[in-house]
Design a protein around this ligand. Structure first.
Ligand SMILES: Cc1ncc(COP(=O)(O)O)c(C=O)c1O
Length: 262
């Protein structure tokens, strides 16, 4: 039997598809195309940041070479410090790794959790890249319908957990729904995942855009949070650095390291 290549197990990214709709279309002054997308910054980073990048590119030769596998120690420590201040609890530098964008952080997280035939629960509507990676990894996406206001409910998720479930993925603030998940929602999902021995992946790419004040959740205050929680972050949006591909995974040190070959 011929096996399908991995890319044939999923769908075309909708962003490219939407771009194709525009090919050859002429927009007149009285009917202009209005771009209301939020997640793809159209302006470059502010000048001081561009200058800092230029300085490093010009004056630090090692910036162009392979660096430490889990990212620059200063950046890992900075994230750990900022997260500890913002969320309460404790995040240590050794629990942070820098990735080539948040999408890579997601793929890496899934690769540490799943094998072919495993299941991951995604509330719908989901972020398309999450579904695509699961498809291409041979992992079954189990869709969790959301309730009022497009908020998922942990009790609904509990009914979907099977012996093959490895993780539940939440995105908050959410893409594409735009909603901010209440603290209690994140807490209920954390408690569920911990009780059932599965991972809770929280993609907080849009954490800097959360309209609420204070911490969006208190999960890092749990002494053993890293046994359940995997948090993902992106520098693409807040810092307008989409082209530089910088993201982060915050998780247990054991998850961030490849197991030794012995
Ligand atoms: C929820 C979510 N996660 C991850 C990403 C990708 O982030 P990055 O550019 O860091 O790979 C996006 C970008 O649209 C996103 O919306």
């Amino acid at each position: 039997m011929t096996q399908k290549p991995r890319t044939a197990t999923t769908f075309a990214p909708p962003v490219m598809e939407a771009r194709r709709w525009l090919e050859g279309v002429i927009f007149t002054k009285d009917r202009p195309l209005i771009n209301v997308s939020q997640a793809a910054p159209v302006d470059p980073p502010p000048e001081p940041l561009r200058r800092a990048i230029a300085e490093v590119a010009l004056n630090e030769p090692e910036a162009h070479l392979y660096g430490p596998v889990l990212g620059l120690p200063e950046l890992r420590a900075e994230i750990a410090g900022q997260w500890t201040a913002a969320y309460g609890g404790a995040v240590r530098a050794e629990q942070v790794c820098i990735t080539s964008g948040c999408n890579q952080a997601f793929t890496a997280a899934i690769d540490t959790l799943c094998t072919d035939g495993d299941e991951v629960i995604l509330p719908i509507p989901y972020y398309f890249n999450h579904r695509m990676w699961l498809d291409m990894s041979g992992v079954t996406t189990v869709c969790l319908p959301t309730r009022a206001g497009l908020i998922p409910d942990a009790e609904d998720a509990a009914a979907l957990i099977t012996a093959r479930t490895k993780a539940i993925v939440l995105v908050s603030p959410n893409n594409p729904a735009g909603v901010e998940y209440p603290t209690e929602t994140l807490r209920a999902f954390y408690d569920l995942c911990k009780a059932r021995g599965i991972a809770l992946i929280v993609d907080e790419t849009y954490r800097d855009f959360d309209a609420r004040s204070g911490a969006p959740h208190d999960l890092f205050t749990e002494a053993d949070w890293d046994q359940t929680l995997i948090q993902l972050y992106s520098f693409s949006k807040a810092y307008r650095l989409t082209g530089h591909r910088v993201g982060a995974m915050v998780a247990s040190p054991a998850r961030l390291a490849l197991p030794s070959a012995s």
